[in-house]
Design a protein around this ligand. Structure first.
Ligand code: GAR
Length: 222
């Protein structure tokens, strides 16, 4: 019998600035031959980002594009854009990439650019989302995977995980609890996109054949 040709995988370009634990979650997910996406390139704007070592250990191509070597945000973004396109990237995944991208970049990758943010957006945008959550006294925080629009930490929401906040949490404890959820959310969101199940209707994401949680979460429970 003739062998079936494997379906082409969605090609991911992952942008990082730091330790790369979300990148590691993507490396681990894509190691499964059944996962419908593959990482073709990891780009860091910092030469000392720990995530570069994780990519290299997994045999994934890396490139450092130091933002400091560019005279403007636009010039840096153009270099990013050229590099991603040359690698044949179909979906750009921001994974702890701590540089604001220009509106031009966000527009040219419209619906092909996603981010993970450590809060339940639209709450607690920007830096220090855990400090903001603790100051607000919310009983849940969490993480959000969303399509990127030119405004910071905005865009159609694909998936969220709610994570309880405990009395006595500090920023590090809360960040660690949320990070665990991030590592589950990012591969799942990418899988939904790669399976062609994600559509955007008027800036609201719909998931074809999505399985949705149906019970309320309580915190505290007594
Ligand atoms: C993650 O918590 C991610 O959500 C956050 O940076 C951390 C990167 O960790 N991103 C943002 O705050 C973007 N606004 P990692 O390098 O271990 O993946």
């Amino acid at each position: 019998m003739e062998k079936l040709k494997p379906l082409e995988k969605l090609k991911l370009g992952v942008l990082i600035s730091g330790r790369g634990s979300n990148l590691q979650a993507l490396i681990d997910a894509t190691a499964d031959p059944a996962f419908p996406a593959e990482i073709v390139l990891v780009i860091s704007n910092k030469a000392d980002a720990g995530g570069l070592l994780r990519a290299q250990a997994a045999g994934v191509a890396t490139k450092v594009i130091p933002h400091k070597e560019f005279s403007s945000r636009e010039a840096f973004d153009t270099a990013l854009d050229d590099t991603l396109r040359a690698a044949g990237v179909g979906l750009v995944c921001l994974a702890g990439f701590m540089r604001l991208l220009s509106a031009k970049f966000a527009t040219s990758w419209h619906d092909r650019l996603i981010n993970i943010h450590p809060s339940l957006l639209p709450s607690f945008k920007g830096l220090d989302s855990h400090g903001q959550a603790l100051t607000a006294g919310v009983r849940f925080s969490g993480c959000t995977v969303h399509f990127v629009r030119p405004e910071m930490d905005a865009g159609p929401i694909i998936l969220q995980a709610a994570v309880p906040v405990h009395d006595g949490d500090d920023e590090d404890i809360l960040a660690a609890r949320i990070l665990e959820a991030e590592h589950r959310c990012y591969p799942l969101a990418i899988r939904l996109i790669a399976e062609g199940r994600v559509t955007i209707e008027g800036e609201i994401v719909r998931i074809a054949n999505g399985k949705f949680a149906d019970s309320p979460l309580l915190n505290p429970i007594g």
